[in-house]
Design a protein around this ligand. Structure first.
Ligand SMILES: [Zn+2]
Length: 157
């Protein structure tokens, strides 16, 4: 669907709505910050960036998603370095480090869980805040319990 031409361009309906909005509103170019009010073409006159009409959210709260992801990413990264130590141990001494390998597998599983959660972040963010809080509490409780278990295990060795 097209409407009024501006210069030699035929504008789409979305472009027309964008320009109509900018006739009466201040908005900064998302790239260079130039004030786009009273724009006549859907292009930033300052930096040349093509502009489109989009739908945004008023306040996308990512705090609980980040809180839910943090332990898994930390564990996953730690598991990677511990895995290197296990591999070196295996190569140098020719023996497996069974208990440490078991501890390391928790880190890998946690890291994989965090990656899955990051990929399904839209589903996480669509949940009510109370449910998100339960996820965060469950994930942190699991990691704190696991850490406590590993420390107790380390003292026994
Ligand atoms: Zn610009």
């Amino acid at each position: 669907m097209t409407s009024k031409p501006a210069g030699d361009e035929i504008l789409s309906r979305a472009d027309s709505l964008l320009l109509e909005f900018l006739q009466t509103h201040d908005a900064d170019c998302p790239l260079c910050g130039y004030n786009l009010k009273a724009l006549t073409r859907p292009v930033c006159p300052e930096c040349g960036q093509a502009l489109v009409l989009t739908v945004g959210t008023t306040r996308l709260r990512l705090d609980l998603l980040l809180a839910a992801l943090a332990p898994g990413f930390f564990s996953g990264i730690a598991a990677f370095f511990v895995f290197i130590l296990i591999a070196v141990h295996l190569i140098m001494l020719g023996s497996t480090w069974t208990i440490i390998a078991a501890v390391d597998s928790f880190g890998w599983l946690s890291g994989i869980f965090a990656i899955i959660l990051a990929r399904k972040r839209a589903a996480f963010l669509a949940q009510p805040r109370a449910n998100q809080w339960w996820w965060v509490a469950g994930i942190w409780a699991t990691h704190i319990a696991a850490l406590g278990g590993f420390i107790a295990l380390g003292r026994m060795l």
